[in-house]
Every structure is written in C-alpha cells, then in structure tokens.
Design a protein around this ligand. Structure first.
Ligand code: BGP
Length: 479
C-alpha cells in the first residue's frame, strides 16, 4: 500500500528507550548481589570483545538519578529496563535481598516522579549462576518454578506502580547463542540440548504469564521476540521454500508457542525426524496454552535474506562481525534448510547488520496478521562508532537517519492498521554490547569510557538526543 497521508501516532503512544541490567548497571558484586552466568562468562578468555565486561558498565546503579533526569529532559514517556534476578535473589531462589528490591523500587519511583512509565523486563539473560551450578539452569524443569517465584516477588513488590512487564527478552537469541553457537553462556553447541532447554524456557514463560493472570495483577505482560523478517533472495521456488523453513523453524517457532501454545507442525516434524524434538510431559500443553500474552514485544534491528542451503552447506557458527570491520560477516545457515545471504538492495552498518526500515513495517504487519495482538516495540536502534568532539558534542546523524526512517515505517504500519502501543529505542545511554564491548554505541547519551578505561563515565547529549526530544514533543509530527 502506498499511503498519500499517514495516520497520526495514537495520543497515548509510548515513546521510550530501553536498556538491560547487565549492560548498564555495573555494581556487579555490591549490596548483596549474587553472580549471574554473565558475571562468570565474561571472565573466560576470548569470549567478549577485548575481554570487556559489565563489572562497572556505565555505572547506572549509582547514577540512575542523573540518567533519569536526562530522560525527563528529553521527555521520554516510557523507559524499559530489566531487573537483575541476582539482586533480588542472590542464589536465584530462597532468601530475598532487600537491598536489591529497594534499588528497583527507588528506580521506579524516580521514573514516576517525572511521569515516565516503567516497562520492566523480568529476564534479560543474566541467569543466577547458582541455578546453573545447581541444576543446569534452563536445562532443568526446576527453573520453571524458580523463575515463577522470582517473578511473583516482583509482581507483588511493584505491580502497584508498573503497568507493563516483559517476561523473557529474546528467547530465540539467548537459546541460539547459548546452545547452538556457544557465544553466550552456557556456551554449548548441541541442537538437542537447545530444543530441550528452549521448551523449558517456553514453559517458564507461560508459567510466569499464568501466575500474573492467576494473581489478578493489573497491567499487561508479554515476551520480547528478536524479529528479523525473512525475505527470499529471489523467486526461485527453492529459495522460497528455504524462506518458509526459516519462518517455521526460526520465527513462528517461538511466537506460535507464545500465542497459540503449540509449535508449527512443519518444524516439529522436522525436529522429530532428526531426533531433536522437545519432550512433552503431561500438563505441558495446557500450561503453554495458559500463557497467552497481552502484547507481542518486538525487538527489531534488521531483516534477513534467505537462499537454499545444500545438505553439506554452511552452518550456524558463533563467528560473526564483533569488531565493526565492515564486510567481515561470513555466510551462515542450517544445512539442508536455509542460509542467510546478502541483500543487494540494503545498506549495512559497520557490524554488517542490514538497515531496513521497511523490514520493521513488514514485521509489524506479519505479527499483527498472524497473532492479532497489539505490539510493543521494545528495541530498535543503530550500533555505531560515535565521536566525542573536543567541544563535547556528538554528531550522530546516521543514528538520526536510522531512527527517523524506522519511526516513519511504524507510522506506515499504524496507517496500514497495526496496533502499536509504543516504541523503545535501544538505548538511552551508551552501554555494554554483550559481545562487542563499548565501541558499538547505541545511546542518545554518550558515555565516555572504553573497553580498557572507565574514565569518569561522563554523560554527553548527542545530536539524536534533541532530535528525539522533538519527535516526542510533537508526538511524531516532526518526523
Ligand atoms: C538485542 C539485545 C540487547 C542489545 C541489542 C543490540 O539482541 O536484547 O541486549 O544488546 O540486541 O545488540 P548488540 O549489542 O549485539 O549490538
């Protein structure tokens, strides 16, 4: 559809920005916090860019008031952040750490002081190490109860002030990186273990949503899915079939479970044939069906272009462009199913991620048509090298261009008929990129530090800060 005039953004549209505990907080071992799997993983040599870690990160733990004052100055309507499970329950279960509960309570109050709506992510990858040690974390069904108990503590403590909850952040990413590509903890390469752990994560996600419903907490809850819409490289039918493989096994595979409580048939048959299908126990089906979310959270960065891949073709390795040296990404895929190829129509970032605003519109349309749920865009942004000028300015025009075109794509999707609740950019301040260190920046606010030197962690507003302030102030009319 080509629109001659775009509908305005809804009046109560949630213009926001997002972060995750491990990537901003620092204070990794303070005030009773337990260790997470990331606290351990970053200490294994050669796992992260230049051995970077989140020990200090951007020190949001101590500077959240300064950061939230900047959010208020920009006019943010919402801020999405995650809670570190190990601050609340240092061992993942058992004794509650009051100081952890207080920290997030203070943070929520500080946001509300300025009328900023908190969106709370329950889990953004920092599993308690104690649970990994005790029973293998996501590989044991015990985690379902522990995750649910943890979530209930948060619902009880904060649901008087929090209206939006994200259950799991990017289950598809932490499962594939953790169990297939060995690039996240627990750094395993074993598809059978991945599908088994993933099934348990599905049950945990559903269990938490069910607990939210059973507890009659006010507000809305849903998972955030890392959405990369798949395009066939051309109209050769084999490439179109490969794209269908990608969709069923790597997109619908997660979202169908969230919404319908079942895996796509084609995916399940394929897994069963290869001895990889997850084992269903009594009660699983009912639990999955009881976990329907209120909204679909969407993290969108790029689209993917797909071609067929022979049985002896390329595999999914943990190798990728983590350096920012353009053009270093190698082809990857699943033999016999699909491979990801370059799209000649799209520009790419320095980390070889395609820049494709239309892909966001396509994602919103596909999700809305297939699931008929409102959508909360929980992440979108441009990772770039930014330069702090001598006068303290940061001219991040590429970020402005990226965000502007993506906002317009959202407006087009809204005009198409998609219900979009809000838009969180990634990220508000610069922060630690899990595998790319501190040089891959996403924020509206520059934080002066690098992998080797924390410096003073001083904050500087980038050009994009003012640009987004105007977008919010005009509810998108300035775009
Ligand atoms: C998403 C994660 C975020 C964030 C973002 C950017 O997958 O949910 O935590 O890191 O991607 O990715 P990267 O830091 O790899 O550039």
């Amino acid at each position: 559809m080509i629109h001659t005039k775009l509908d305005p953004f809804p009046k109560d549209f949630l213009w926001g920005s997002a972060s995750a505990a491990y990537q901003v907080e620092g204070a990794w071992n303070l005030d009773g916090k337990g260790k997470s799997v990331w606290d351990e993983f970053v200490r294994i040599p050669n796992k992260t860019f230049k051995g970077s870690n989140g020990d200090v990160a951007v020190d949001h733990y101590h500077r959240f008031k300064e950061d939230i004052a900047l959010m208020a100055e920009q006019g943010l309507k919402t801020y999405r952040f995650s809670i570190a499970w190990t601050r609340i329950l240092p061992d993942g279960r058992g004794e509650i750490n009051q100081k952890g509960l207080d920290f997030y309570s203070d943070l929520i109050n500080e946001l509300l002081k300025y009328g900023i709506e908190p969106i709370v992510t329950l889990y953004h990858w920092d599993l308690p190490q104690a649970l990994e040690d005790a029973y293998g974390g996501w590989e044991s069904r015990q985690v379902i109860q522990d995750f649910t108990n943890y979530a209930k503590i948060l619902f009880d403590a904060y649901s008087d002030r929090v209206n939006y909850w994200v259950s799991l952040n990017e289950q598809n990413v932490f499962m594939m990186h953790g169990f297939l590509m060995a690039s996240h903890p627990p750094a395993v390469t074993d598809p059978k273990r991945m599908y088994a752990a993933n099934h348990i994560a599905n049950l945990a996600n559903a269990s938490v949503i069910k607990a939210f419903r059973d507890g009659k907490y006010p507000g809305k809850i849903g998972p955030s899915f890392a959405m990369s819409p798949a395009y066939a490289v051309d109209c050769q039918p084999e490439n179109v079939i490969a794209t269908e493989n990608m969709l069923d096994l790597f997109t619908n595979f997660w979202m169908d479970v969230y919404v319908y409580g079942r895996y796509p048939k084609v995916a399940l048959k394929n897994l069963a044939k290869n001895g990889l299908a997850p084992v269903f126990e009594a009660g699983d089906e009912d639990l999955l069906k009881a976990g329907k979310p209120d909204f679909m959270g969407v993290n969108y960065y790029q689209s993917m272009t797909i071609a067929s891949n022979p049985l002896d073709g390329v595999t999914m390795t943990g190798e990728a462009n983590y350096s920012g040296k353009k053009g270093t990404t190698k082809e990857a895929g699943q033999p016999g199913m699909y491979k990801i190829v370059s799209n000649p129509y799209l520009e790419k970032t320095n980390w070889d991620w395609t820049i494709d605003p239309a892909g966001l519109r396509i994602s919103l349309r596909r999700i809305s048509s297939r699931y008929d749920l409102p959508i909360l865009i929980t992440e979108n942004g441009l990772g770039d090298f930014d330069t702090l000028e001598a006068d303290g300015q940061v001219h991040d025009q590429p970020r402005i261009d990226y965000l502007k075109t993506h906002c317009l794509a959202i407006q087009e999707a809204i005009t198409d008929g998609v219900e979009v609740l809000g838009y969180c950019t990634w990220s508000f301040t610069d922060l630690l990129s899990w595998l790319n260190g501190y040089q891959k920046r996403y924020g509206f606010v520059y934080v002066d530090r690098d992998e080797t030197n924390e410096k003073e962690l001083k904050r500087y507003k980038k050009d994009s800060f003012n640009w987004y302030r105007d977008v919010i102030r005009t509810n998108g009319a300035s775009l």
